[in-house]
Design a protein around this ligand. Structure first.
Ligand code: SF4
Length: 315
């Protein structure tokens, strides 16, 4: 099935997924990939399903959704591989645009040094790019790129795209313990991200079984450090911890709301106290959540923060 959903997505509302790449053709073989290893590693763009087939599948799903009265906010290219390997991506975006629905593409950015790829992506409304590393050895360790790729060229491609793109740019950084979660790498990543100034920068950890069994999610400490470093550079940052809950809408249940907010934004102790006071709740609630291992306290630069315990698969 090329088009699937629509499924609720925190980032994009109700999103109709498009799987324009057969499993799994990719330019990377990330150690944390939830699709397993990459048997089809390539950088050459090619025709996979063809634009006609892809657009037909999207149109069928849109019609079905219409009939059921289901809303679609975005058509999202989120395939089992790297979407920009599809040489028809630009045409697919152009044709889907005619349906009057916004388009999102989630890419690893490894082909953004190519002008044709940047041009085609500029037809989307929302583009997310992967920034797991800005240092050569870390990049090789975590993303295991195709041998012909150059990190420097990719980063420059992202910079160039960020300057010309009229839509919303997002970055996604996956933190893996012992690979890219040290302060030096985090500072470098944050420096680069602040330079391209995305609408939002997402920090995540592997929460599904990774390609390599030795991969472990970064700790809550590192997630919080990344969050604080990025925020200190003025980057709008959100964590993806596996428990999104209702972070963007209050349920009126203090415990649930606190867990939801801290799953996305680590909260400073004074902010938690203020939140509890407003809700007429006691500090004991936080102590209980920590005892139940649903929330953790982490320290960063002499201040205490509260973070939602990371999701399933952690550690
Ligand atoms: S870029 Fe995405 S699909 Fe490709 S190996 Fe990495 S996680 Fe998997």
């Amino acid at each position: 099935m090329i088009a699937f959903g629509p499924v609720p997505s925190r980032r994009l509302g109700r999103s109709l997924g498009v799987n324009n790449i057969p499993p799994k053709f990719c330019t990377y073989a990330c150690v944390y990939c939830q699709l397993g290893r990459t048997p089809n590693m390539q950088v050459k763009r090619e025709r996979f399903h063809g634009s006609e087939e892809v657009v037909k599948s999207v149109k069928t799903k849109v019609t079905q959704a219409d009939e059921k009265g289901e809303r679609i906010d975005y058509v999202t290219f989120i395939p089992d591989g790297e979407p920009t390997l599809d040489i028809d991506l630009g045409r697919e975006i152009d044709l889907i645009r005619e349906l009057g629905i916004k388009i999102a593409v989630i890419s690893n950015a490894s082909l953004m040094w190519k002008e044709d790829v940047r041009d085609e992506l500029s037809g989307a409304d929302w583009v997310s790019v992967k920034v797991d590393a800005v240092r050569e050895d870390t990049w090789h360790g975590i993303n295991r790129p195709h041998g012909s790729l150059s990190l420097e060229k990719i980063l420059q491609g992202i910079r160039d795209f960020s300057q010309s793109f009229g839509g919303e740019l997002a970055t996604e950084t996956m933190l893996v313990q012992g690979l890219n979660d040290n302060v030096e790498e985090l500072n470098g990543i944050a420096e680069f991200i602040s330079e391209v100034s995305p609408a939002v920068s997402y920090i995540s950890v592997p929460i599904r079984p990774p390609a390599e069994t030795w991969v472990e999610a970064a700790s809550e400490d590192s997630v919080n450090a990344a969050y604080q470093i990025l925020s200190s550079k003025g980057v709008e940052t959100e964590c993806i911890t596996g428990y999104e809950g209702t972070a963007f809408a209050s349920t009126g249940n203090v415990e649930e709301d606190l867990l939801s907010i801290t799953s996305v934004h680590p909260m400073r102790e004074d902010a938690v106290r203020e939140f509890l006071a407003k809700a007429n709740a006691e500090w004991e609630l936080v102590e209980n959540l920590i005892k139940e291992d649903r929330m953790v306290a982490v320290d960063y630069e002499g201040r205490r923060f509260y973070v939602r315990r990371l999701g399933p698969g952690h550690g």
